[in-house]
Design a protein around this ligand. Structure first.
Ligand code: E4P
Length: 230
């Protein structure tokens, strides 16, 4: 399973990119808004805000040189298509994120015909995933954490989509999204997700194990002790 980071914060991407574990980035409008406003940036108009959004996507794509999902904000198919074309022109690694609805499907199939990679987002059922795959989406993003929040089992959806994909030879890659904790990452890998897109904090938590820290301290103190006794 490949690992993506789910953020629009360049400092976070930069740090995790340095670990050598990242194979892509996903963003969404909430994440971009959070990254820009938490950096204290202000904008004089909606156009200025949108221009900055495109700049951020360019910066991320330049840094990681790997797929970067950028989500359209339009709601009508015609506008989504136009917006998607603009976003795709930012960098060859930009993947267009479209919402899983009728307008998104129409736009997805047109973009797929144009050879533009689509990540169909906000997927909450196996049937939605099947439709997205048939519309030519390269990636499908089931939101496991948000499903868990409703009391259902998000991971079961990953297993179902993977099974359907395998039975029917679908080529779309499953991105386990809305990941909330390290266990989700392990479970997604076991459930057959091709990719997990993981928030910064969760990646940091994946690195850690208390026994590793204890082990490092003990090795060093044993070494120091031996040196003193030389
Ligand atoms: C996926 O691409 C989305 O950005 C994401 O994982 C949303 O997850 P959330 O439920 O944490 O907002």
């Amino acid at each position: 399973m490949k690992l993506y980071i789910d953020t629009a914060d360049l400092r976070e991407i930069n740090e995790i990119y340095g670990y050598g574990v990242l194979q892509g980035v996903t963003t969404n409008p909430s994440l971009v808004a959070k990254a820009l406003t938490s950096a204290g940036e202000t904008f004089s108009s909606e156009d200025a805000f949108y221009a900055r959004f495109k700049e951020v996507i360019k910066q991320i794509a330049t840094l990681v040189k790997a797929p970067v999902s950028a989500e359209v904000l339009s709601s009508k198919a015609e506008d989504m298509y136009k917006e998607a074309k603009e976003l795709a022109a930012i960098d060859e690694n930009v993947v267009i994120k479209l919402p899983m609805n009728e307008e998104g499907l129409q736009t997805c199939s047109k973009l797929a015909t144009d050879g533009i990679a689509v990540n169909m987002t906000l997927v909450f059922s196996a049937n939605q995933a099947l439709l997205a795959a048939r519309a030519g989406a390269k990636y499908i993003s089931p939101f496991i954490g948000r499903i868990d929040d409703t009391g259902a089992d998000g991971m079961q959806l990953i297993r179902d989509i993977r099974e359907i994909g395998d039975i029917h030879g679908l080529t779309a890659e499953i991105i386990a999204a809305s990941v909330r904790h390290p266990q989700h990452v392990t479970q997604a890998a076991l459930a057959g997700a091709h990719i997990a897109t993981v928030p910064y904090k969760v990646i940091r938590a994946m690195v850690k194990h208390p026994l590793t820290d204890i082990g490092i301290r003990r090795f060093l103190s044993d070494w120091e002790k031996a040196k003193r006794e030389l």
